[in-house]
Design a protein around this ligand. Structure first.
Ligand code: HEM
Length: 500
C-alpha cells in the first residue's frame, strides 16, 4: 500500500507490483524487453522497479545509454552489482573483484595481447576447426557422405561447440584446446551452471549447483595454474604466442608481475565472457541466414568473388579480405542490433545522482534524482529496436547497413532525415550516447569485440561456403531465462555444396 502514498517528486515513478520483496522480478525475468517497452509507454524513459528487494532505476533510449555507460566511475560502479555473480566463477583478484583501476590495467593487458598478427593467424585456425567439425561431428553425418542432394539438420548446440573449440584453439592456447575432453566439459558445465540470474541475485543459497560451481572454479583455476607452472619450467621448449604467454610477461603499473592465480582467473573470465555472447550471436545469425535465401546467396557470392579460384574452388579465408566483406559485415551488425546478448547493463549509484532533464520527462517539477544505493540499468537493446530510430525496426534486414555500392547506408530514420547519428565506422560507435551499442561503451566497453567479430565472421564464412541452409518453422523466440539471451532450441537444415 505504501506505493499509493505520495513520493518525493524528485524520484522516478515506481512500477506497480503486488508482492513487496519480489516486486517486478517475474515480469522482468520472463520478458525484459516487453517489460521495458510497456513501462516506457506508461512512464517515459526513466522509471524504477523492485527486483528481489533491490530498487532498479531504468534509463532508456540513447540518452539513457549515455547516463549509465558514460557515468563517472566514482558515481556509478559496475563491480558492486556484478561481483556476486562473477567472483565465484572467475575467481579472486580480477575483473570485478578488484579496484576499477586494476581492472583497467587487466583489460589493457588483454588488449595488447590481441595484435593484428595474432588475428591474422587466428582466421586459419578457426576455419580449420570448422572443417574438422564438419568432417567429424555426428550432426553433419550427411555432409560427410559427400551427397550434395540430401538435406540433414543440426541443433543450435553446434554453435556453442564451435565457439569453445575456436576460442580455445586461438585465445586460450594449445594446452586448453588439447584438454577439451569429457572431464573439461564437465568442469566447464558446472561452472557455467553457476553463471545464472539466480546465482547472481541470490548468492550463497545452500543448493548443489552453488557447491558444484565452487568446486569447478577450484579445478579450473588449478588447471590453468598447472599450465602456467609447466610453461615456466619448460620455457625453452615452447615459445607460445597466445594470451597466456603475453600475460606472463606483463607488469602492473607498480612494477609487479601478474600473479599466476590472477592470470588463471583472467583466462577463465575471457572464456566465460566470450562463450555465450559469441555462440548466441552465431546461432541467431545462422538462423536468419537460413531463413533468408537471398542474403544467403549474397553471402555465398561474396565468398566466391573474394576467395574464388579459376578452377571453381575457393582459397582459405584470410584476415584482410574478411574485413572487406560488406554483406557479411551487415549480417553481423544486424544480428547484433536485434539480438544483442546482453539486454541489461547495470551499475550501482554510489551517490544521489540527478538524471538529465530530457530523461526526466514527463516530470515538470525539475529533474529526477536516483538515490544512492539504487541500481541503474540501461538497455541498448531498446534503442537498437526503437521504431523512432530504425525503419522496420523489428525486422532482421542486413540491407539496411549497405547500399548497392557497398557503402554503409545505415537506413535508419534520423540518418535518412539528414541528422548525423554517430554509429562509428568500425563495428560500433565510440560514444556512449549512440542508439547502437551491442558491445557497450565507456570504461566497461567490451574487450572481446574485435576477436568476437573475427570469430563470428570466420565461422559464418566457413559454413556458408560449404553448405546451403534452410529453416523450417521460422526463427525461434529468445530465451531470457539464461543470463545472456539465446534463441530457444531449433534445428537448421543443411545441404552440402559442391565446394570442398
Ligand atoms: C564487456 C558484449 C564477446 C570480454 C561487455 C559489455 C558488453 C559486451 C555489452 C559491457 C558490459 C557492461 O558495460 O556492463 C559482448 C558481445 C560479444 C562479446 C555482444 C560477442 C558477440 C566477448 C568476448 C570476450 C569478452 C569474446 C573475451 C575474449 C568482455 C569483458 C568485459 C566485456 C572482459 C568486461 C569489461 C568491463 O567490465 O570493463 N561485452 N561481448 N566479450 N566483455 Fe564482451
Amino acid at each position: 500500500l505504501w506505493q499509493l502514498l505520495p513520493r518525493p517528486k524528485s524520484q522516478p515513478p515506481l512500477v506497480w507490483h503486488w508482492i513487496p520483496y519480489l516486486g517486478s522480478a517475474p515480469a522482468y525475468g520472463r520478458d525484459p524487453i516487453g517489460f521495458f517497452s510497456q513501462n516506457r509507454e506508461k512512464y517515459g524513459n526513466c522509471f524504477t522497479f523492485i527486483l528481489l528487494g533491490r530498487r532498479v532505476t531504468v534509463t532508456l533510449g540513447a540518452q539513457g545509454n549515455d547516463y549509465v555507460l558514460g557515468g563517472k566511475h566514482t558515481q556509478l560502479a559496475a563491480e558492486e552489482v556484478y561481483s556476486p555473480l562473477t567472483t565465484p566463477v572467475f575467481g579472486k583478484g580480477v575483473v570485478y573483484d578488484c579496484p576499477n583501476e586494476k581492472l583497467m590495467e587487466q583489460k589493457k593487458f588483454v588488449k595488447v595481447s590481441l595484435t593484428i598478427d595474432k588475428f591474422r593467424s587466428y582466421v586459419g585456425m578457426i576455419e580449420d576447426e570448422v572443417k574438422e567439425y564438419l568432417n567429424g561431428d555426428p550432426e553433419f553425418r550427411i555432409w560427410q557422405t559427400n551427397d550434395i542432394n540430401e538435406w540433414g539438420s543440426f541443433t543450435l548446440d553446434v554453435f556453442a561447440e564451435l565457439t569453445i573449440l575456436t576460442a580455445s584453439r586461438t585465445l586460450q592456447g594449445r594446452e586448453v584446446r588439447e584438454s577439451l575432453n569429457k572431464n573439461f566439459a564437465q568442469i566447464y558445465t558446472d561452472l557455467d551452471r553457476g553463471f545464472t540470474p539466480l546465482h547472481w541475485l541470490m548468492p550463497g543459497l545452500p543448493l548443489p549447483s552453488y557447491r558444484k560451481r565452487d568446486a569447478a572454479h577450484k579445478k579450473m583455476s588449478s588447471f590453468y595454474q598447472s599450465i602456467l607452472k609447466n610453461r615456466r619450467e619448460n620455457l625453452a621448449e615452447h615459445e607460445d604466442d597466445d594470451v597466456m604467454a603475453s600475460l606472463m610477461k606483463q607488469k602492473y603499473r607498480d612494477g609487479t608481475s601478474i600473479p599466476d592465480p590472477e592470470i588463471a582467473h583472467i583466462l577463465i573470465a575471457l572464456l566465460m565472457a566470450g562463450q555465450h555472447s559469441s555462440s548466441g550471436t552465431l546461432a541467431w545469425a545462422m538462423l536468419h541466414i537460413a531463413g533468408r535465401p537471398d542474403i544467403q546467396e549474397a553471402l555465398y557470392k561474396e565468398q566466391m568473388e573474394s576467395f574464388g579460384t579459376p578452377d571453381g574452388g575457393m582459397r582459405d579465408i584470410d584476415y584482410e579480405k574478411l574485413r572487406e566483406l560488406k554483406v557479411l559485415d551487415a549480417v553481423v551488425r544486424e544480428t547484433l542490433r536485434i539480438h544483442p546478448p546482453i539486454h541489461s547493463i547495470m551499475r550501482m549509484a554510489r551517490d544521489d545522482i540527478p538524471v538529465p532533464a530530457t530523461l526526466s520527462a514527463p516530470s515538470e517539477d525539475g529533474v529526477y534524482v536516483v538515490p544512492k544505493g539504487d541500481i541503474v540499468l540501461a538497455s541498448p537493446l531498446i534503442s537498437q529496436v526503437d521504431p523512432a530510430v530504425w525503419e522496420d525496426s523489428d525486422t532482421w534486414e542486413p540491407l539496411r547497413w549497405y547500399d548497392e555500392k557497398g557503402v554503409a547506408a545505415q537506413a535508419n530514420k534520423q540518418y535518412n532525415e539528414g541528422e548525423k547519428v554517430d554509429f562509428g565506422f568500425g563495428l560500433v560507435s565510440k560514444g556512449t550516447d549512440s542508439p547502437y551499442l551491442p558491445f557497450g561503451a565507456g570504461r566497461h566497453r567490451c574487450i572481446g569485440e574485435q576477436f568476437a567479430y573475427l570469430q563470428i565472421c570466420t565461422v559464418i564464412s566457413a559454413m556458408v561456403r560449404r553448405c546451403e541452409f534452410r529453416l523450417e518453422g521460422g526463427v525461434p523466440k529468445p530465451d531470457y531465462a539464461s543470463l545472456l539471451v539465446h534463441p530457444l532450441p531449433a534445428r537448421i537444415m543443411y545441404r552440402r555444396r559442391k565446394f570442398d
